[in-house]
Design a binder for this molecule. Structure first.
Ligand SMILES: Nc1ncnc2c1ncn2[C@@H]1O[C@H](COP(=O)(O)OP(=O)(O)OP(=O)(O)O)[C@@H](O)[C@H]1O
Length: 293
């Protein structure tokens, strides 16, 4: 549904994005992650046709993002990273203005979204907090029921309750067949919603991965305490990946298959087991760090 091929945008400073390629399938939530300044907004601005690429191209629903931007925007929902509004309007006036521009006459979905995000819609935008403005931007992006939604850091400024509501909303939209591309710094939100992610660093894609595959590579550490130190010999002979963690204690690291651990421990006198689980954040941080390939 969204295709990005060798997209390159070089700013005069030499910064930008280089050979960015990924695709977002119809009906999936796709996460776009990366440290500050990595190139997420630049990529998204190219998708919206706000800026022309130096090289490469992008399309949404088969339409070219450079030459058919107006047509794409008719059907798209978009939340920019920084929302600039008509400050003197109330939230509701702004939403009505956008709906009129889009030729949307049924306001039932707009009303539902105002209730869902508990927006004080009669407040002037200039008197709204960052989070309130973000809600207005989200409602504007979703209220015309678009098939494709592009979100640049959609929950920045939202409190945890509203973040949760946002997560519920996009899962519901995905279940209704909508395609969502979302840049985010919130690993937890990405974990809860996305099927796949692309990670960008210094303007280049360093990974495009299935969340399930990433989760399968998470390590789990088991801290096992034995009744006596002689039990440790059994661990040494077992072939398990382990480190000594005390006189009677080992840390055993498991990825995926737990059977060898269970079989080995069933022959040992164990007095305590504690566990610690890696989260997706560990994996994302590995890609964010300079050492990642
Ligand atoms: N209009 C511009 N002119 C010149 N350089 C720019 C412009 N916009 C972005 N850049 C530079 O391009 C690089 C990518 O910036 P971009 O805003 O796309 O990153 P980002 O991943 O969205 O970051 P963040 O997470 O901080 O929002 C940065 O080095 C940035 O300074």
């Amino acid at each position: 549904m969204i295709e990005v091929k060798s997209l390159t945008k070089v700013y005069p400073s030499g910064k930008g994005i280089f050979d960015v390629s990924f695709d977002v399938k119809e009906g999936e939530i796709f996460g776009f992650l990366g440290p500050n300044g990595a190139g997420k907004t630049t990529t998204i601005r190219n998708l919206m046709g706000f800026t022309n690429p130096t090289k490469g191209h992008a399309s949404i629903g088969g339409l070219d993002c450079r030459t058919q931007a107006a047509k794409i925007q008719e059907k798209l929902g978009y939340v920019p990273g920084e929302i600039a509004f008509f400050d003197n309007m109330t939230g509701l006036q702004f939403l009505k203005f956008i709906a009129d521009m889009r030729g949307v006459h049924d306001s039932s979905r707009q009303k539902k979204l105002i209730e869902w995000f508990e927006l004080e819609s009669n407040r002037k935008i200039r008197k709204m907090s960052k989070g309130m403005k973000q809600k207005v931007g989200l409602i504007a992006a979703f209220m015309h029921d678009p098939n494709v939604i592009v979100l640049d850091e959609p929950t920045s400024g939202l409190d945890p309750l509203m973040q949760r509501k946002f997560v519920e909303l996009i899962i519901e939209e995905r279940n209704r067949g909508k395609t969502i591309l979302m840049s985010s710094h919130m690993f937890d939100e990405v974990d809860k919603t996305c099927e796949r992610v692309a990670i960008i660093r210094d303007g280049r894609i360093v990974a495009v991965e299935d969340i399930k595959t990433l989760k399968a590579s998470l390590e789990k550490s088991f801290f096992i305490t034995f009744a006596n130190s002689s039990e440790i010999e059994k661990i040494e002979k077992s072939g398990l990946d382990f480190k000594i963690a005390g006189e009677h204690k080992v840390e055993i690291i498991v990825t995926g298959d737990y059977s060898p651990l269970i079989n080995t421990l069933s022959n040992c006198h164990v007095t305590d087991i504690a566990t610690s689980v890696q989260t997706l954040e560990h994996i994302f941080m590995r890609y964010y760090s300079k050492e990642a390939k």
